[in-house]
Design a protein around this ligand. Structure first.
Ligand code: GLU
Length: 514
C-alpha cells in the first residue's frame, strides 16, 4: 500500500517567521495538496532559552494570511497531538531511554569545561575534536565507566547527556529529492547529544521521533538542515525504523538580490523591502519591522511570487493561483542553486493581481485605507476611483497617494510642463471649455470629449498644448488616466471649481504672458 503523503513545516518560534520559512511552508503545502495529503504544522520549541514571545502566534497569522493553513497544528488539533514539542517532553525521554536499553545510545558525563580542555588539546595538535567512535573511549561516559559508577552518578543527580552511538566506518548514502545522491562517511558524524539531564531533547531527537510518530512521509526543509540528515538517518536505523523513514528534500536558500549570501532577517532594513510576511514588533526593543501585508501586497500575489523564487514549472506561464500551483508543483523542478531574491518581480506580481482582483475582495482593503484618511466616499465611488487608477499603481494603497486628486483638489501643479505648454490662447480656451462643459446636461465621457474637441478645432489649438493644462487643472499632474473619465468621476461642480481655480492661479502667476 502506498504511504499517505504527510508533510510538516516545523519552525522554531525563536523570532518572527522569515519569508524563507514561508516559502518552505508553501512548498510543503503545495506538495501535500497535490497528493491529497496532510500539511502539518509542528512547533519545535524545545530550546526554551530562545523563546520569543509572540513568535508562535506570528506563524499562525502569517500562514493564515497566505492562505496555506495547516490540516493539523497546535491550533487546529489533529490525531497526532500535541503538536507543540514542549508538550511532548516525556515522549522523547522514553525514546532516548529505549536507545540506552538497546545499546544504541549512552550516557556521557563530561562537563563542558572538560570537553573544552580536550578540544583545545586537539587543536594544539592541529586536529579537530569530535566526540565519536574514535574518541569516546577516552572520555567520561557509560562505555568507559563501570555500570556501578554510572549508576552512582545518575543517582547522585550529576549532569549528563545521552549521546547517539554511531558505529561503523561505512558511508551513509541517501537520495535527496532535489539534490540527488548525498554521501557522507560515518566517521565524520559525531555522537550527537539526544537528551539533556533536564529531560529536554535536542532538535535531532525530537525532530526524528516526531516525524516518525506523526507518520511524516516527506521531509521538505531548508538546505541548512542537509548536514543533519545523515545523523537523522542513523537515528532511524538505531530505532529500527528504516522502513518508515521519510523521503528527504532540501530546498535551496533564498539569497540576497546581489546573490551574495543568504537573505537574512536584517536585510529588510538595509535593502528596503520586507523580509517578514507580516509586520513584526520586537517584544524586547519595540522595534517594528515591515511586513508584506502591511506594505500592501495581496496574499495571492505574494504567494505566487514566492512560489517562483526557487522553482518554476518549466513553461513561460508565471501567474498561478494557489490551486493551480498545487496541481503543477513538483520537487524535481525546484532549483538546486540558491534563488536570488527579486523584489521587483514581487511588485510586478502585485500589479498583475491588483488589476484582476474582483471588486468585492479589493473593497474592504480600500475602505480600511480610506478610513486612515479623513476622506469620505461611497463604496461604488471608491471602486470607480480604483478602476481609474488600477493600471497605474502597484499597491492598492497608492490609490490614495498617486490618485489623491480623485479625492481632493490639487494643491500644486506641474509648473515645468505648464510653462512649456502655456500660450496666449490658453486662458481663453480653458474658460471656453469650462463654460461649455458647465451647460452639458448628460455628464458623460462621450459628450465631454466631443465638446472639448469642438473647442480646440474652433481655436485651432494643438491637443498636446491644451490637454496637459486641463489635466493639471483637474489633477495637478501632467500624465494620468483618461481625463474625460476623471471628469465624469469628479462631477460637473468639482470640475468647474478646479478649472476656475487653475485659471485664477495662471492669471496670478503669468499675467505678463497672457
Ligand atoms: N525546527 C527546525 C527549524 O527551525 C526544523 C527543521 C526541520 O524541518 O527539520 O527550521
Amino acid at each position: 500500500m502506498k504511504k499517505r503523503v504527510r508533510v510538516r513545516f516545523a519552525p522554531s518560534p525563536t523570532g518572527p517567521l522569515h519569508i524563507g520559512g514561508v516559502r518552505t511552508a508553501l512548498y510543503n503545502y503545495l506538495f501535500a495538496k497535490q497528493y491529497d495529503g496532510d500539511f502539518i504544522l509542528r512547533i519545535e520549541d524545545t530550546d526554551q532559552t530562545r523563546f520569543v514571545e509572540g513568535a508562535e502566534q506570528f506563524i499562525y497569522e502569517s500562514l493564515k494570511w497566505c492562505g496555506i493553513e495547516p490540516d493539523e497544528s497546535p491550533l487546529h488539533g489533529g490525531s497526532y497531538a500535541p503538536y507543540r514539542q514542549s508538550e511532548r517532553k516525556p515522549i522523547y525521554k522514553e525514546y532516548a531511554d529505549q536507545l540506552i536499553r538497546t545499546g544504541k545510545a549512552y550516557y556521557a558525563f563530561d562537563t563542558p569545561e572538560e570537553l573544552e580542555t580536550v578540544r583545545k588539546n586537539w587543536e594544539a595538535q592541529r586536529k579537530m575534536f569530535i566526540y565519536n567512535q574514535e574518541t569516546r573511549s577516552m572520555l567520561k561516559n557509560s562505555l568507559t565507566l563501570t555500570p556501578d559508577e554510572v549508576k552512582k552518578k545518575l543517582q547522585a543527580g550529576l549532569d549528563y547527556v545521552i549521546r547517539l552511538k554511531i558505529e561503523g566506518k561505512d558511508d551513509i548514502v541517501f537520495h535527496d529529492l532535489i539534490r540527488g545522491e548525498v554521501r557522507i562517511n560515518k566517521l565524520q558524524i559525531d555522537d550527537k547529544v539526544l537528551l539533556k539531564s533536564d529531560g529536554m531533547p535536542t532538535y535531532h531527537l525530537a525532530n526524528v521521533v516526531d516525524d516518525y510518530l506523526m507518520r511524516i512521509s516527506h521531509v521538505i526543509r531548508g538546505e541548512e538542515w542537509l548536514p543533519s540528515t545523515p545523523l537523522h538517518i542513523c537515528l532511524y536505523e538505531a530505532f529500527g525504523w528504516e522502513n518508515e523513514m521519510p523521503a528527504f528534500a532540501h530546498l535551496p536558500l533564498l539569497l540576497k538580490p546581489s546573490g551574495k549570501g543568504k537573505l537574512s532577517k536584517r536585510d529588510g532594513d538595509q535593502l528596503g523591502f520586507p523580509v517578514f510576511p507580516l509586520s513584526w514588533k520586537d517584544p524586547q526593543t519595540g522595534e517594528i519591522s515591515r511586513g508584506y501585508r502591511e506594505d500592501g501586497f495581496l496574499p495571492e500575489a505574494f504567494i505566487n511570487f514566492l512560489a517562483l523564487q526557487g522553482w518554476n514549472p518549466g513553461t513561460e506561464q508565471e501567474i498561478f493561483s494557489l490551486e493551480e500551483l498545487t496541481k503543477i508543483f513538483t520537487l524535481d523542478k525546484v532549483h538546486k542553486a540558491g534563488a536570488k531574491f527579486d523584489i521587483k518581480k514581487g511588485i510586478w506580481f502585485n500589479e498583475q493581481y491588483l488589476r484582476k482582483t474582483p471588486h468585492e475582495k479589493i473593497l474592504p482593503l480600500l475602505k480600511a485605507e480610506l478610513s486612515l484618511n479623513s476622506w469620505n466616499l461611497e463604496d461604488n465611488k471608491l471602486l470607480q476611483a480604483f478602476d481609474l487608477m488600477k493600471e497605474r499603481i502597484s499597491f492598492h494603497k497608492e490609490l490614495f497617494t498617486k490618485g489623491k486628486f480623485l479625492f481632493v483638489a490639487p494643491e500644486n501643479y506641474d509648473w515645468t510642463t505648464i510653462k512649456k505648454k502655456l500660450n496666449d490662447k490658453s486662458i481663453t480656451l480653458l474658460t471656453k471649455i469650462h463654460d461649455n462643459w458647465s451647460v452639458i446636461e448628460k455628464w458623460e465621457v462621450f459628450t465631454l470629449e466631443n465638446v472639448f474637441k469642438e473647442i480646440i478645432e474652433q481655436y485651432n489649438e494643438k491637443i498636446g498644448n491644451i490637454m496637459p493644462l486641463l489635466r493639471n487643472a483637474l489633477t495637478g499632474e501632467s500624465v494620468g488616466p483618461n481625463l474625460f473619465e476623471i471628469s465624469v468621476f469628479l462631477g460637473k461642480l468639482e470640475v468647474s471649481k478646479r478649472i476656475i481655480s487653475f485659471i485664477e492661479t495662471l492669471k496670478h502667476n503669468f499675467a505678463y504672458k497672457i
